[in-house]
Design a protein around this ligand. Structure first.
Ligand code: PMP
Length: 355
C-alpha cells in the first residue's frame, strides 16, 4: 500500500476510485461508459445537478451565488477574474503570498492596474502578511487561501468593502468558510475535489456586469452561468469523479467533519516536526498550512537518505517543491490519519537510526 502525500493531483478516496472505475465500464447500469454518454443525457444532467447541489450544501453557499464547473484549471481563472471583473483603466488589489498569487497578478496586469497591497516575497513566502489596507477604489482584492508550495495558509478571512476573489485550489472543502465573505472563489479540482480537468467556480452574481469590454463566450462567467456549465461539452468524467468525492465528503460529516480530521492530522505531524531534532518547519508557526506541511532536515546530508527511507515504507510524494527544498507532506482530505502516523513513525525511526 502506498501513502500518497503528493501535492497535486493529490490523493482521492479509494472508494471513489472504485466507483469511478465501475462508471468507466458501466455507468449506473446503463451499459454505457461515463466516458461515452452524452452530456445532454438525463443521466449526465443528474450527475451535474447533484455535483452543484453538493457544493451548495457542503459549503453552505448563500442565495445569489452561482456554482460553475469550468475547464482550464485555476491558471485560467487567474485571467478570467480580471477579464470579467476589472474595468479598463481600473485597479485590482493583490496579496502576494507565493508563486501562484504572483502568476494571478501577472494576468491581471493584462487588463488594468495592479496594486500589491502586501507581499511576503522578501522571506520566500514563509508567512502570510496580515496588515494591509484594502483600497476601496479597487475592483476587487485577490487572495490565495493556501499556498501549496510554501505551506502557509490564511487562517482568517475578512469582511471587505470590495469583492474578495480567492484562489482556494489547495484547501477547498478542507475547513468551514463563510462564502458570503467572497465575491469569487475558484479552485482547480485536483487536490481536494476530484481529478485534474475541472475547475470549481463559486461566484456572486451581482459582481458581474461591471466591465464594458467584450468577453469571448467561453471566458465569460455570465455566459457560463446562463449555460449552467454546459455552454459547451463539459469535462464529464472529471465532474463525475468530483461528484463522487463530494458524496464521500458528505458521508464523512461534511466540511465540519473533515476539518476536525484535518486538524488532528496537521497537529500530529507538526508536533513531530517540532519534537524531532533532525527536522524543522519552514513557515511562521501561526500560518502553518493544514494541507501542505513543509519541513526541512537540520543536516542536509540527511535529505536523500530520509527520502529513500520513506520510499521503502511506501511514503510517496513528499519531496519538497524545488523553490523551497526539503519535504512537503500534503495531507489533503482523502489522506487517512493512518498514513500520517506511518510518516511520523518513519521520522522517529530515522531519528533512532541516525544518533
Ligand atoms: N493555485 C494554487 C494555490 C495551486 O496550488 C495551483 C496548482 N498547484 C494552481 C493555482 C494552478 O492550478 P492549475 O494547474 O489547475 O492551473
Amino acid at each position: 500500500m502506498k501513502h500518497n502525500f503528493g501535492a497535486g493531483p493529490g490523493i482521492l478516496p479509494h472508494e471513489v476510485l472504485k466507483q469511478a472505475a465501475e462508471g468507466v465500464l458501466n455507468f449506473n447500469g446503463t451499459g454505457l461508459s461515463i466516458l461515452e454518454i452524452s452530456h445532454r443525457s438525463a443521466e449526465f444532467e443528474s450527475v451535474l445537478n447533484e455535483a452543484v447541489s453538493l457544493v451548495k450544501e457542503l459549503f453552505n453557499v448563500p442565495e445569489g451565488y452561482s456554482v460553475l464547473f469550468m475547464q482550464g484549471g485555476a491558471s485560467s481563472q487567474f485571467a478570467l477574474a480580471p477579464y470579467n471583473l476589472l474595468p479598463d483603466g481600473g485597479k485590482a488589489a493583490y496579496v502576494e503570498t507565493g508563486v501562484w498569487a504572483n502568476k494571478a497578478l501577472k494576468e491581471a496586469k493584462l487588463f488594468g492596474q495592479v496594486e500589491i497591497v502586501a507581499t511576503a516575497k522578501e522571506s520566500n513566502y514563509t508567512y502570510i502578511p496580515k496588515d494591509f489596507t484594502i483600497p476601496k477604489d479597487a475592483a476587487y482584492i485577490h487572495i490565495t487561501s493556501n499556498n501549496t508550495i510554501y505551506g502557509t495558509q490564511m487562517k482568517e478571512f475578512f469582511k471587505s468593502p470590495i469583492p474578495v476573489v480567492c484562489d482556494m485550489s489547495s484547501d477547498i472543502f478542507s475547513r468551514k468558510v463563510d462564502v458570503s465573505d467572497f465575491g469569487l472563489i475558484y479552485a482547480g479540482a485536483q487536490k481536494n475535489m476530484g481529478p485534474a480537468g475541472v475547475t470549481l467556480v463559486i461566484i456572486k452574481n451581482d459582481i458581474l456586469g461591471k466591465v464594458d469590454r467584450k468577453i469571448p463566450s467561453m471566458f465569460n462567467y455570465q455566459v457560463q452561468i446562463e449555460g449552467g456549465s454546459m455552454y459547451n461539452t463539459p469535462p464529464c468524467f472529471a465532474i463525475y469523479v468530483s461528484m463522487l468525492t463530494l458524496r464521500w465528503l458528505k458521508a464523512k460529516g461534511g466540511v465540519a467533519g473533515i476539518e476536525q480530521e484535518n486538524d488532528a492530522k496537521a497537529k500530529a505531524l507538526y508536533t513531530e516536526i517540532d519534537r524531532n531534532p533532525l527536522f524543522k518547519g519552514v513557515c511562521a508557526v501561526e500560518d502553518r498550512s493544514h494541507m501542505n506541511v513543509c519541513f526541512v532536515v537540520e543536516n542536509p546530508e540527511h535529505e536523500k537518505p530520509f527520502l529513500k527511507y520513506c520510499d521503502e515504507k511506501g511514503i510517496v510524494g513528499i519531496k519538497g517543491h524545488r523553490s523551497v527544498g526539503g519535504f512537503r507532506a500534503s495531507i489533503y482530505n482523502a489522506l487517512p490519519i493512518t498514513s500520517v502516523h506511518v510518516l511520523i513513525d518513519a521520522m522517529q525511526e530515522f531519528q533512532e537510526n541516525n544518533k
